[in-house]
Design a protein around this ligand. Structure first.
Ligand SMILES: Cc1cc2nc3c(=O)[nH]c(=O)nc-3n(C[C@H](O)[C@H](O)[C@H](O)COP(=O)(O)OP(=O)(O)OC[C@H]3O[C@@H](n4cnc5c(N)ncnc54)[C@H](O)[C@@H]3O)c2cc1C
Length: 275
């Protein structure tokens, strides 16, 4: 089947001096210097690249996440399915999408391209999948010829139809997308695409790409918060803990029983003077 779409992910561009911008954004919060003074020091190279990297590395271990929104990437993504795109566009904060239109683009090939999941080949049903797509292609072409507008002809296109994106995403949202979509609970195709986005960023910014992990990664939340049965099935379950084991360790080694919060505990939080 030669009309299979091929996924392509390319980092088209990124906002200039990302590490310096991150440094200056964080520094502004913790320094008596003004942002202008901080930038003068960066530009005069009074702050070494090593120091910038170390400072950012330390800040990235904290929950102070808003400066990460000041680092921005642009991606070109093609050959992904409409099943993927439906999931991808659910992300709504810190990301901006332009997607190929099925209204304005008429797909004129005799055989429409499509994304074929490997599971269909493994099940030996790929030929039937292909035959159905050929039938769909022929009917789509007839519909256009009969004067049905592309926006209506597309009603017979399947989830397997390929699509293209031009995407702008900031680093804070990229971390969140990796948390969710590099997890094996995510669907294989979006997981593959996000893994490729990560490896594109890693080529140019390895210092911060190490933080692009599934949520259980040592640089992110650190543990799995999915169900125990999902964790048991996950290949990362061999190296990353499940939340239940953290509670067990707390009780065993901390020699404290954890329990539900009572009204007394709420009062302690609400009234206790902060030291
Ligand atoms: C494994 C998996 C299975 C899924 N299954 C389903 C499903 O069966 N059905 C379905 O409909 N969807 C499903 N989804 C999609 C999911 O519900 C979300 O739509 C998707 O993860 C993107 O949402 P987000 O909150 O991460 O958005 P993002 O825009 O990526 O969120 C970025 C951050 O902003 C926060 N945020 C965003 N908007 C608001 C807001 N209005 N108020 C407060 N905080 C906000 C988010 O909590 C997050 O911290 C699934 C996702 C995954 C990863």
């Amino acid at each position: 089947m030669n009309n299979q779409a091929k996924m392509q992910v390319k980092l088209i561009d990124y906002a200039s001096a990302p590490l310096e911008k991150l440094y200056a954004a964080f520094r502004t919060c913790y320094s008596a210097d003004t942002p202008i003074e901080i930038w003068e020091k960066i530009e005069a190279e009074k702050i070494s690249h090593q120091k910038i990297r170390e400072f950012i590395g330390e800040r990235l271990k904290t929950g102070h996440a808003s400066p990460l929104e000041q680092v921005v990437f642009w991606f070109g993504i093609s050959g992904v399915s409409r099943s993927l795109s439906h999931q991808f566009v659910r992300h709504r904060i810190g990301i901006s999408f332009e997607q190929q239109s099925q209204r304005y683009v008429k797909f004129k090939q005799d055989k429409l391209a499509f994304v074929l999941p490997e599971s269909w080949s493994r099940a030996g049903l790929d030929d039937e999948f292909s035959q159905l797509l050929e039938h769909t292609s022929a009917l789509y072409a007839r519909a256009l010829k009969a004067g049905i507008p592309a926006e209506d002809a597309r009603f017979i296109l399947p989830n397997a139809a390929p699509t293209n994106f031009h995407v702008m995403v900031n680093f804070a949202e990229m971390l969140h997308i990796c948390d969710l979509r590099l997890c094996v609970r995510a669907q294989w195709e979006i997981r593959r695409m996000v893994a490729l986005m990560r490896s594109e960023i890693k080529k140019i910014l390895p210092e911060i790409a190490v933080f692009l992990q599934p949520k259980c990664g040592e640089n992110r939340m650190g543990y799995c918060d999915e169900s125990l049965s999902e964790w048991e099935k996950c290949p990362l379950g061999k190296v990353r803990p499940h939340k239940s084991s953290l509670f067990e360790m707390y009780e065993l080694h901390g020699k404290r029983k954890s329990r539900a919060l009572s009204d007394d505990e709420f009062r302690a939080v609400e009234e206790k003077e902060q030291l």
